[in-house]
Design a protein around this ligand. Structure first.
Ligand code: GLU
Length: 554
């Protein structure tokens, strides 16, 4: 029996040849230097920060070169598939506005190089496997799982390389007639690649991030088609898909680097040009004194849910991801504060090859800065949209007090150095709740600093609200009145005098304003007090003094 006859026996229904597919998916007609990149997640888990880094890098590479960014759903591991994983990926890509140019999802397809879902590409894979069998570069293998286990245990025990190669590749040289007899007999088989490599020889490979790497040739006859559902393995699908989809650059996790000799040999077996590779480093995290790989199980920030739940602005997360992806990014961002991230000239050489340390404090800083620069009304809209999904109570309150909220968010925002109070939308309410009357019915804790005596505080506040405070006052007049009262009640409005003779006073102007601040907000750290008072008005401040009288025990 010839190889071709064996191939026909295994795939009788496959009539398309690989030449047919070459025609069906011609070279893309793009401008010189345009990159075709792909994000190829497996829906075996929810999108994580490593996926996010790949997707962002892909988006930048495609954008900068006027290329194509496509999404391929690698769903061949159906036993491990997780409900909702693909929906979440699409949701995240939309949320961050890094949506691909080509994809297939929820009945909608964009792009001419699909199907973009691997389980829908069976006839294509089978045509390519059929081709390899007919040229003698693949064969059916009948090793049972018990036999495979025995081989693995023997190899482990005798410290040999693990895998089906050399004499372990029992069916490699069995005659086609015998293989055909077993197939007709209904025996289960996988299809294995017939490697021609020599493990003692090395070849040179250039990864765009890691540079030139010398690797031993592959000599393992890996499975390319699984027995149970006739789906291809990752390695085989990678070669076929990235060839037919005309991928120019593969951005993928460095865990795939060790399979590269196999991919190299598979591309060569078809005479296909290999794409270029960017193997991205593991994402690391500082955990007390050690640095370790970020863990989906242990670290909530490893999964992309985290950032939306906390309400980080998408652009801040992207900047944080690019900061660890490329050592040039931070400097570029400083010099181009308002340029969209996708204009960043991403350089694979500037990626750390030893691991990318992801730091939530860094994200908080980036995010605080970002939030400080948007207008109060834009921030309000984003905060409201976040609250609608994540906190109904906050949503109702800020909807009711829309104007107060915007005015508050605008305090010290339009200055040269705006306040950087909020790292995400979740952090706004704990710092602004005192604006909302309804919140004052909850148990209260007053953060007074120096002056804590209830009688003294009441005395200051009554005198102030009854005889000094006037909503119509300018900030200057308002402050002069506070100073006047401060002096009258035995506190020093003049810091110099206070420092010279602190014992002559009950306290200083800072202690005095703290009393007013804490009674009307409970907090001793707030944005500009004058502005807060303007929002609250005299009536609400008096109500808060009443609350203070009822609630405060010193
Ligand atoms: N489906 C593979 C994964 O999720 C993709 C690797 C690649 O990008 O080639 O790990």
């Amino acid at each position: 029996m010839t190889n071709k006859e064996l191939a026909d026996l295994i795939f009788p229904e496959i009539t398309q040849t690989i030449a047919d597919y070459e025609k069906l998916y011609p070279e893309r007609n793009l401008e010189e230097g345009a990159k075709v990149v792909r994000f190829a997640p497996s829906p075996t888990g929810f999108m994580h920060i490593g996926n996010m880094m790949s997707a962002t890098i892909n988006y930048c590479l495609a954008h900068a070169s006027h290329g194509i960014f496509f999404l391929r759903n690698e769903d061949t591991d159906q036993a491990r598939s997780v409900d909702g994983a693909m929906e979440f990926i699409h949701h995240v890509l939309k949320h961050y506005n890094i949506y691909p140019d080509e994809y297939e999802f929820a009945g909608e397809t964009k792009g001419k190089y699909g199907p973009y879902i691997q389980s829908k590409r069976m006839p294509i894979y089978h045509a390519f496997i059929k081709h390899l069998i007919s040229i003698g570069r693949a064969y059916p293998c009948f090793l049972t799982s018990e036999e495979l286990k025995e081989i693995r245990e023997y190899q482990a025990k005798s410290k040999k390389r693990i895998g089906i190669y050399g004499r372990y590749a029992k069916y490699r040289d069995v005659s086609n007639d015998e293989l055909a007899r077993r197939i007709k007999n209904g025996e289960k088989y996988t299809i294995r690649f017939r490697s021609e490599g020599d493990f003692t020889k090395k070849f040179l490979f250039e990864d765009l991030t890691k540079g030139k790497i010398e690797m031993p040739e592959n000599d393992i006859d890996v499975p390319i088609m699984k027995s149970e559902n006739r789906l291809p393995t990752y390695h085989f699908a990678h070669v076929v898909d990235d060839h037919l989809m005309r991928t120019t650059h593969v951005v993928r996790g460095e865990e795939w680097l060790s399979s590269l000799p196999l991919h190299y040999e598979l591309f060569a077996a078809f005479n296909f040009k290999m794409p270029k590779y960017i193997h991205t480093s593991l994402i690391l995290k500082k955990d007390q004194d050690t640095i370790r790989k970020i863990s989906k199980r242990k670290d909530p920030e490893a999964l992309m849910f985290y950032y939306e739940e906390k309400g980080y602005p998408p652009l801040a997360v992207i900047d944080a991801v690019l900061t660890i992806a490329n050592s040039n990014f931070e400097e570029w961002r400083t010099n181009h504060p308002d340029t969209p991230f996708y204009e960043f000239p991403f350089s694979p050489k500037k990626m750390s090859s030893s691991g990318a340390l992801f730091d939530l404090d860094k994200l908080d800083n980036i995010s605080k800065n970002y939030i400080s620069k948007i207008s109060a009304s834009e921030l309000y809209e984003k905060y409201l949209a976040w609250a609608k999904n994540y906190d109904e109570h906050v949503y109702e309150l800020i909807k009711k007090y829309k104007d107060d909220t915007i005015t508050f968010l605008n305090i010290e925002r339009t200055t040269k150095k705006p306040r950087k109070d909020y790292e995400n939308y979740l952090s706004i309410f704990p710092k602004t709740w005192y604006l909302y009357d309804e919140e004052w019915n909850k148990p209260l804790t007053y953060d007074f600093t120096k002056i804590t005596d209830k009688e003294e505080i009441i005395m200051i506040m009554e005198e102030y609200l009854n005889n000094y405070y006037d909503e119509a006052d300018s900030e200057e007049v308002w402050f002069n009145k506070i100073k006047a009262l401060c002096d009258k009640m035995g506190y020093a409005s003049n810091m110099k005098e206070y420092k010279e003779n602190p014992n002559n006073f009950k306290g200083n102007i800072a202690d005095f304003t703290t009393v007013i601040r804490v009674v009307i907000t409970t907090s001793n750290m707030t944005p500009n007090l004058y502005d807060i008072m303007q929002i609250l008005g005299k009536k609400r401040m008096s109500d808060r003094l009443t609350k203070f009288k009822e609630n405060y025990n010193n």
